[in-house]
Design a protein around this ligand. Structure first.
Ligand SMILES: [Zn+2]
Length: 451
């Protein structure tokens, strides 16, 4: 073989390899475009419509100060629920009220799978509350359903919209689904004046068969709740969406400080066993300890009562509350123990004693599902939204749904972090972004065969 021929052959080989590589790359790119680009990106929610629906929802229970009187089980809530159900019925999905009064609307998937992809929130409010807490998530859920139907989006799983009963009065509807309510819960009198049992019957539920609504882990593929942050992390930092890490757990204690009640005129300052003075130092110490440990834990003394409670008597006893919240039960324990040990010095200094009794108002932290958090985060990135991973300091229906199956939460900014107030506000743009992210995340989860 001549040298020249060999060189030509090598050049030819190189050309063929280069062309081959090019073709391979072209094929790979096409595959990537087809399969790896989020196919949900093509489905757009209607930003104007979701905000318009929220405006309409406001009309049910708006009061003179612009606040919201739509407490659970009230006439205002009945009217608002009728409006939501009318909208859902018009979509041709299966709408029903379960025994706990939760509104459920199901759109069938194509595969006849038993597990549902669920989403939703609540439309009841605290007395003189705002128009965004729960309501943004509910109207976003309605918009998701509307988009699915309108754009004939095929899903593998059934998609279920849920509007939960009496969230503000103890996450009642979602607790019922998690099987966490009992006869006692039914007898609780709510802000509307009705008990939960009476209220549920008013909504079209059935308090006599209510325990049957409990769902099992086999029922839920995934659940996502969109909600306003109700804090100011996103608002202060100008971030579009929050990916919730979990909902903090909380523990309550009664704290009793005992000193000696004595004459406020005749007992010299150095002879006193002033329970109030000891309590004052305790309140400061709770705050100092909660801030001294790195993390997001919060600790609060929210109630205080001095006994006997007279201007001319040195307080002999003080009763206080102590609340600690965090995503980790261990952290709550750590903060509590630090607080208790700080009282030793206070006891000595003021000749008093401290007694702590736990109260049965404890709720454990509810962690959001890692895989769902990742899906939400990835989808937010694809949509070009800035994002922050953060805990929820407030309770939500999602905390109970997390007991049934994989659950996630999306936050949007709250104006100045204000909530449970007529001043509650989120911008139409943030609401639209949150709704789009909710849709995209749900569609991405739908494609996952197993979570
Ligand atoms: Zn809420």
């Amino acid at each position: 073989m001549s040298i020249q021929y060999s060189i030509t052959l090598r050049m030819l080989e190189r050309i063929i390899t280069t062309v081959n590589k090019f073709i391979m790359r072209l094929v790979l790119c096409t595959f990537a475009l087809l399969f790896f680009l989020p196919s949900s990106a093509q489905y757009q929610i209607n930003a104007e419509r979701v905000n318009q629906n929220l405006e309409t929802l406001k009309t049910f229970g708006v009061n003179d100060e612009g606040g919201n009187d739509r407490v659970a089980y009230s006439d205002h809530e009945l009217d608002a629920r009728a409006y939501v159900m009318k909208r859902l019925n018009a979509l041709g999905v299966e709408v029903r009220i379960d025994a706990a009064g939760n509104i459920s609307a199901v759109r069938k998937g194509r595969k006849g799978l038993s597990k549902v992809v669920a989403f939703g929130s609540h439309i009841d409010a605290v007395p003189n509350g705002g128009h965004y807490d729960g309501q943004v998530g509910s109207m976003a859920a309605l918009e998701v359903m509307q988009t699915l139907v309108e754009q004939k989006i095929k899903t593998n799983h059934d998609f279920e919209l849920l509007i939960f009963t009496n969230e503000e009065g103890g996450v009642f509807g979602s607790r019922a689904l998690a099987g966490k309510i009992d006869e006692g819960t039914l007898k609780v009198k709510t802000s509307s004046g009705y008990t939960n049992a009476e209220g549920v019957n008013r909504l079209g539920g059935d308090s006599s068969t209510i325990f049957s609504v409990k769902r099992s882990k086999e029922d839920l593929h995934a659940f996502i709740e969109l909600h306003i942050e109700q804090g100011s992390n996103l608002y202060d930092q100008g971030i579009d969406v929050g990916v919730v890490e979990g909902i903090v757990g909380l523990k309550w204690w009664d704290v009793v400080v005992r000193g000696f009640a004595n004459h406020a005129g005749t007992t010299p300052m150095n002879k006193r066993k002033d329970a109030m003075l000891a309590s004052a130092e305790f309140v400061l110490s709770v705050n100092r300890i909660a801030r001294s440990i790195e993390g997001n834990q919060v600790a609060t003394v929210g109630r205080i009562q001095a006994l006997p409670g007279a201007p001319n008597v040195i307080p002999g006893e003080v009763r206080m509350s102590l609340e600690i919240r965090d995503l980790s039960s261990n952290r709550i324990k750590e903060v509590y123990e630090a607080i208790v040990s700080s009282t030793k010095a206070i006891e000595e200094k003021y000749q008093t004693t401290f007694e702590f009794s736990p109260i049965d108002a404890t709720s454990p932290p509810a962690m959001m599902d890692d895989r769902i958090r990742k899906v939400i985060s990835d989808q937010a990135r694809t949509l070009g939204y800035s994002q922050l991973s953060l805990p929820s300091g407030a309770g939500h229906d999602a905390q109970d749904m997390a007991m049934i199956g994989p659950t996630g939460m999306i936050f949007i900014p709250s104006y100045e972090g204000i909530s449970h107030s007529p001043l509650e506000y989120s911008t139409p743009e943030d609401i639209a972004n949150g709704t789009q992210l909710l849709l995209n995340s749900l569609l991405a989860l739908d494609k996952m065969t197993k979570l």
